[in-house]
Write a protein that binds this ligand. Structure first.
Ligand code: 5GP
Length: 199
């Protein structure tokens, strides 16, 4: 299952405009590539009906989120469409130390913060086949109210313009193909020693 042709485990950031299909790509990787560790972000956004607390996100209120920032528990965080999102630092670092490929699905501001904090991270941009297709997907997915859609559309142009900052671009034409291309970039788990290393 582990492909020798893949490079060694590392931190990869998946970003791209809202509505491009990051969640679908992540769900395929969750189902088919269990050796990849998917970071679980903390958010103040309301839970969608298909989401599970602790799997897709940790759902918290704003004061809990602010406490985590103050305690330095977040590797990066950002406000997006009126809600706060952040990556818990400890879990990411623990997995990387254990040699497991780590994948973060975060917005552009978060991707920039990760690049600054961890220059070895690779940044992958998930792009839509076209801008028209992106708008169609964003309006058609039916999980957000009108105001949220409006904010996400307004943000999309800024996100699309950031593509040159990324190490790789994957076009989400077919989700299965895009997920496969991404898995190819993630790296293989490093085999863990028989006895845990002391650090
Ligand atoms: P959604 O509300 O659709 O799940 O996510 C909205 C945006 O927030 C997406 O672009 C998603 O990648 C981003 N996001 C999710 N988790 C995090 C996080 O931990 N940090 C940052 N900076 N953005 C995140």
């Amino acid at each position: 299952m582990v492909d020798d042709a893949r490079p060694a485990a590392r931190l990869t950031v998946l970003s791209g405009p809202s509505g491009v299909g990051k969640d679908s790509v992540i769900e395929l990787i969750r189902a088919r590539s269990p050796w990849v560790w998917l970071s679980v972000s903390v958010t103040t956004r309301p839970m969608r009906d298909y989401e599970v607390d602790g799997v897709h996100y940790y759902f918290v209120n704003r004061s809990q989120f602010e406490r985590m920032i103050a305690a330095g528990e977040l590797l990066e965080w950002a406000e997006f469409a009126g809600n706060m999102y952040g990556t818990p630092r400890g879990a990411v670092q623990g997995r990387l130390r254990a040699g497991q490929p780590v994948l973060l699905k975060i917005d552009l501001q978060g991707a920039r913060q990760v690049r600054a904090a961890m220059p070895g991270a690779q940044l992958v941009f998930l792009a839509p086949p076209s801008v028209e297709e992106l708008r169609r997907r964003l309006i058609g997915r039916g999980t957000d109210d009108e105001e949220t859609i409006r904010r996400r559309l307004a943000h999309a142009d800024e996100e699309l313009a950031a593509e040159p900052e990324f190490d790789h671009t994957i076009v989400n034409d077919y989700v299965e193909r895009a997920a496969e291309e991404l898995v190819g970039l993630l790296g293989s788990p490093i085999l863990t020693p028989a006895r845990p290393a002391k650090d």
